[in-house]
Design a protein around this ligand. Structure first.
Ligand code: TXA
Ligand code: MG
Length: 319
């Protein structure tokens, strides 16, 4: 069986340069030996990921990551102590041992200590970090269940380690720490408010940066169906033309049949909403209908990550 809970089998495959999907608290990752440039190249190939898009190195403990970075700014140490293991990735000056393919030639490297018990046990048993992007074809919705990985990359991975549903449901918050500057590069599973409580004011991502960065597309985390960020008026207008599906935050729209809409959280809880987001987008993508209307959520805490993913799911796609 390709999906299972055999950590020893996963370890042996990874040591042999193969790809294994791993559970994390955020989303499932597509992992390979992060020190083996050839193994890492198979990740890019399996995902059809552009080679300019760097990968995160996943580590087991506080000592494992220090060898991967050139220096540890004091604020990076504070964040690591406060939040690892957990849904934050630190982008730091890269050490020479890290293969260039991992960082796409950048002089920084992204490191993270995931909180999922099975993956922590796996990482502790390995003597290398795991390079792992989310385990989805490039540009598509990230997986929060082993079955999501199997459906799309089942023939590209040697094994899928089954750790159940990802509890957080959106990817890690990515934070670059250079000297005294702390910059959020991607909103994610750790709210910015929590980060600022530890290191003070941070710089926020420039909206244009992910559009203008070389070759980067604003479109990401996207279902195959078109997504519209909607209010009820837009919804009504669109309804005249196309079969629509609805993703709402906490209240069902009375004008839409119940089987054509999903709620992120009936009680309006952002944690619950984040955990449900990608699974619901996948479910809507599989239903009959041409267009998904999605409602934004309150822009606080985890809501910033949810809204970021919805905006990208709705962004114009080139090509
Ligand atoms: O929660 C997560 O972060 C998940 C789980 C599997 O750990 N991983 C994940 O990886 O979301 P991926 O590859 O899908 O997204 C990582 C993001 C990419 O947008 C990449 O451009 C950025 O991190 N990144 C990686 N290294 C970087 C670097 N050195 N500088 C700036 N951005 C970097
Ligand atoms: Mg990804």
């Amino acid at each position: 069986m390709k999906i299972g809970k055999d950590i020893t089998a996963a370890k042996a495959l990874l040591e042999n340069g193969q790809l294994v999907a791993i559970p994390t608290e955020t989303v499932y990752g597509l992992a390979a030996n992060g020190m083996d440039a050839i193994a890492v190249a198979t990740i890019f190939d399996a995902k059809q990921r552009p080679s300019f898009n760097p990968l995160i190195l996943h580590v087991a403990d506080q000592t494992a990551w220090r060898g991967l970075v050139r220096n540890v700014p004091p604020k990076a140490q504070l964040l690591a102590d406060a939040f690892w293991p957990g849904p934050i990735t630190l982008v730091l000056p890269k050490a020479d041992v890290v293969p260039d393919i991992v960082t796409a030639g950048n002089d920084t490297v992204a490191v993270r200590m995931p909180a999922h018990e099975m993956t922590r046990e796996l990482l502790s048993s390995l003597n290398f970090p795991l390079a792992a992007p989310s385990a989805n074809p490039s540009g598509y919705i990230s997986p929060t269940l082993p079955e999501h990985v199997f459906a799309q990359l089942g023939d590209r991975v040697a094994y899928i380690l089954d750790g159940g549903p990802s509890s957080v449901g959106v990817e890690s918050t990515i934070v670059k720490v250079i000297g005294d500057d702390v910059t959020i590069l991607r909103f994610g599973g750790l709210p910015v408010e929590d980060i600022e409580a530890v290191v003070g004011k941070v710089l926020l991502p420039e909206r244009k940066s992910y559009v203008e960065a070389p070759g980067m597309l604003a479109s990401h985390y996207a279902p195959d169906k078109r997504v519209l960020l909607g209010n009820k008026k837009e919804l009504w207008l669109a309804n005249k033309k196309e079969k629509l599906l609805v993703l709402n935050f906490s209240e069902l729209l009375p004008e839409v049949p119940e089987k054509r809409q999903l709620l992120l959280s009936a009680k309006g809880d952002l944690k619950e909403a984040a955990a449900a987001l990608f699974g619901h987008l996948r479910a809507l993508d599989a239903m009959q209908g041409a267009l998904i209307i999605a409602e934004m959520v309150p822009d606080i805490g985890l809501g910033k990550a949810i809204n970021d993913r919805l905006r990208r799911a709705a962004a114009e796609r080139s090509l």
